[in-house]
Design a protein around this ligand. Structure first.
Ligand SMILES: *[C@@H]1O[C@H](CO)[C@@H](O)[C@H](O)[C@H]1NC(C)=O
Length: 389
């Protein structure tokens, strides 16, 4: 009998040679991923629709950055054009839609915004814009819940460990429910950017009064969330047949860039490029924008510069399992939907089809990967805690 792996390998070759990728991207989240939705629901001035937002591109588009955002880079790496905001009535949605909107939360009722659940409802209302095949092969990308934890930390300055965990559990349960709705509509490929150390955002530090240190509680909530989110994805991949995911450790990327800014080409990871106050944490306007946004990690008090977003985009797309696992986005895109084999076998076969890739990425056993990520989180809780004290 033929070696099962070479059989799989042949199937994969067949897959790659006969199936073209649908190249569809659906984006869910908050201001970090908002490509212009906020301006369609807000009764007030939306800062991101005016300079200095967009200055690096020469045009304010409703994106909360001086230029491009992460979904723009990922779309371009996928070989498709920018994914338009779903609320723009006349747009080309053939390669997907962006449902993300500033101030979005998982829980509660954010004013002039959409919860994750409302974003998923919007997706469901529009899903016939895409074929069932496109919806299954599509990437579903998420960055959500930072405002849940920032609001929580503001309203609950001294929660007990049980209270913190109970709140995280509610957020994760709500995310789980939405992932199951999307899975029910055919979604199979889910990509998460985990939460930043929220206490390191210039806006949060400045509001806290001590800008030298990251604020402990918001970062701790993000850490608890990230750990539980990874557990959820591992669990869903066991529970739901064909559920595939990519989990990017944004928390560490930001922490590294705040502490060792220069290593990552930034002059500073402490202060924002645009705004007022000791670290430019609030009120970004044309009268207080820096001359070189590319020298900064943060553009305003809560959002990254285009340069920061470019680095994140590259890490999600192509970095190794210590940063994004068990698959990076490029691998997630290529994983076949219809083969019942272990992920590790598929990745091994994939790597054999892409000899150049082997040099930069180690092949990973998924079980080992999971346990290492677990350990990494435990290690990071220690590290983050000592750093934040
Ligand atoms: C704050 O923004 C101004 C531009 O208004 C910039 O020149 C300054 O360097 C920023 N502050 C810090 C601490 O980087």
């Amino acid at each position: 009998m033929a070696n099962p792996k070479s059989h799989l390998f042949a199937l994969l070759l067949l897959h790659f040679s006969t199936v073209s990728l649908a190249q569809t991207l659906f984006v869910f989240g908050d201001g970090l991923y908002d490509a212009g939705n906020k301006q369609f629901v807000s009764s007030n001035r939306v800062d991101a629709s005016f300079p200095p937002y967009g200055i690096t591109l020469g045009e304010a588009t409703g994106r909360w950055s001086d230029g491009r955002i992460v979904p723009d880079y990922l779309a371009s790496f996928m070989g498709i054009s920018q994914i338009p905001p779903i609320l723009r009535a006349t747009a080309d949605f053939s390669h997907g839609a962006n449902f993300a909107i500033a101030d979005a939360t998982v829980l509660g009722a954010p004013p002039e915004s959409m919860t994750l659940s409302q974003q998923v409802i919007k997706f469901s209302e529009n899903k016939n814009k895409w074929t069932a095949k496109a919806r299954s092969e599509a990437i579903y990308l998420f960055y959500i819940a930072s405002d849940d934890y920032l609001n929580y930390a503001k309203n609950n300055p001294n929660p007990s460990d049980d209270q913190k965990q109970a709140f995280v559990d509610r957020v994760i349960a709500a995310i789980e429910a939405e992932l199951k709705v999307l899975y029910g509509s055919g979604g199979r490929k889910f990509a998460f950017q985990n939460l930043a150390p929220l206490g390191c955002l210039p806006a949060v530090k400045q509001a806290n009064g001590n800008v030298q240190e990251c604020v402990r509680l918001p970062s701790e909530m993000a850490e608890l969330h990230n750990k539980k989110l990874l557990q959820l994805l591992v669990e869903l991949s066991r529970q739901l047949s064909g559920f595939q995911y990519s989990f990017y450790d944004f928390f560490s990327s930001i922490q590294n860039r705040v502490i060792k800014s220069k290593t990552y080409t930034f002059e500073t990871g402490m202060a924002a490029c645009c705004g007022t106050g000791s670290v430019n944490g609030t009120s970004c306007s044309t009268s207080n924008v820096c001359a070189k946004p590319e020298d900064y990690l943060f553009f305003d008090g809560k959002h990254l510069t285009q340069e920061g977003n470019l680095q994140v985009g590259h890490l999600i797309w192509g970095s190794d399992p210590e940063v994004v696992g068990p698959n990076n986005l490029r691998e997630l895109l290529f994983l076949p939907l219809d083969i019942t084999a272990t992920l590790a076998n598929i990745q091994e076969a994939m790597a054999a089809t892409m000899p150049r890739q082997i040099k930069i990425e180690s092949l990973y056993d998924i079980k080992k990967m999971e346990s290492e990520m677990e350990n990494q989180w435990l290690y990071q809780v220690d590290k983050a805690t000592s750093f934040l004290i």
